[in-house]
Design a protein around this ligand. Structure first.
Ligand code: C2E
Ligand code: MG
Ligand code: MG
Ligand code: MG
Length: 300
């Protein structure tokens, strides 16, 4: 009996091991394919940006967040959550980040020239940790502003808490130089990192973006409710705006509004949309969620 059990355990063990190896092989192969494809993705023009509306308490667009998309013939659509870490690792994020900056600012200039709706404040761009860490970061931003001729006041750079803990003096210096040019800064995924309040106080920040994990749980988990409440009151003491990310339901928006949040982003209002739809939304200048077919037909 004991023998049988041991035999089975071994069998299972072997089975698992075998399966595990296969999975590893698959993911390693997949990863390799991704690396290879990433190297050519820029020159093959496989990247594009989508834009997700950010809205005020009445649903009017106050900004967009530019989000990177990659479509490769063999791999299909690959999400940034998967390819951005790889791009970081293989040293491609610098070039890719530059492409995002150029493309987003170029588009912003087009919108700026066409005339932005009165409530429109900023186009948000995600900055990767290694982009921000470079000594040339300030120059890079100033350069793209000059080249594309955008109003820097329309630019919102999203950084994460993790980037702030490196060297607070150089972080603050970089931010201040750009702040002098009127560039805005938001902290993305706020609440998931380890930034101390003391740090935040000394940085020229404009906005905290409440991470979507708290928003997702707000109606069910009292802890999330407390955390969001705390973030909102802290932000108000520090004179910062608060934007809630990942708002998927009207109910969440209502709760958030009741506790003092007045800026939102999430599927409830709009998914990230391709550039032409974003332009149409700006021209339309109507509150979201819209009851036009925009919401269901365009997903990116
Ligand atoms: P993030 O900056 O926090 O962006 C928000 C993410 O949440 C986006 O995912 C967006 O599509 C998604 N989202 C928005 N509303 C909702 C909602 O209501 N529910 C849910 N479940 N998700 C929602 P996406 O586009 O897949 O991007 C994932 C992450 O990849 C981003 O998180 C950001 O960290 C990174 N990323 C995207 N584009 C860029 C980029 O151009 N540069 C860099 N460095 N990172 C980027
Ligand atoms: Mg972001
Ligand atoms: Mg976020
Ligand atoms: Mg993020």
């Amino acid at each position: 009996k004991a023998d049988t059990a041991m035999y089975q355990a071994k069998e299972n063990g072997r089975g698992n091991l075998h399966f595990y190896n296969d999975a590893m092989r698959n993911s390693a192969a997949e990863r390799l394919a991704m690396e290879k494809a990433l190297h050519y993705a820029l020159e093959k023009d496989e990247f594009y940006l989508v834009y997700q509306p950010q809205v005020n308490d009445r649903g009017y667009i106050i900004g967009f967040e530019a989000l990177l998309r990659w479509h490769n013939k063999e791999l299909g659509q690959v999400s940034p959550g998967r390819f951005i870490p790889v791009a970081e690792e293989i040293g491609l994020i610098g070039e890719l980040g530059q492409w995002v900056l150029d493309t987003a600012c170029h588009q912003l200039k087009i919108w700026q020239d066409a005339g932005l709706p009165p409530r429109f404040k900023t186009l948000a761009i995600n900055i990767s940790p290694s982009q921000f860490a470079k000594d040339s970061f300030v120059d890079t931003i100033q350069d793209v502003i000059e080249r594309t001729n955008i109003d820097p006041n329309l630019l919102d750079l999203e950084i994460t808490e993790g980037m702030l803990v490196e060297s607070i003096t150089s972080v603050a210096a970089k931010m201040r130089s750009l702040k002098e040019k009127n560039v805005h800064f938001s902290i993305d995924d706020f609440g998931t990192g380890y930034s101390s309040l003391r740090y935040l106080q000394h940085l020229p920040l404009d906005q905290l973006k409440i991470d979507q994990s708290f928003v997702r749980d707000i109606s069910s988990d009292p802890n999330s409710h407390v955390i969001i409440n705390t973030i909102i009151s802290m932000a108000s003491h520090m004179n910062l705006s608060v934007l809630a990310e990942g708002v998927e339901h009207g109910e969440e928006k209502d709760i958030l509004m009741r506790i003092g949040c007045s800026r939102f982003q999430g599927y409830y209002f709009s998914r990230p949309v391709e550039v032409d739809t974003a332009t149409a939304l700006l021209l339309n200048d109507a509150p979201l969620p819209s009851n036009m077919d925009a919401k269901s037909s365009i997903t990116a």
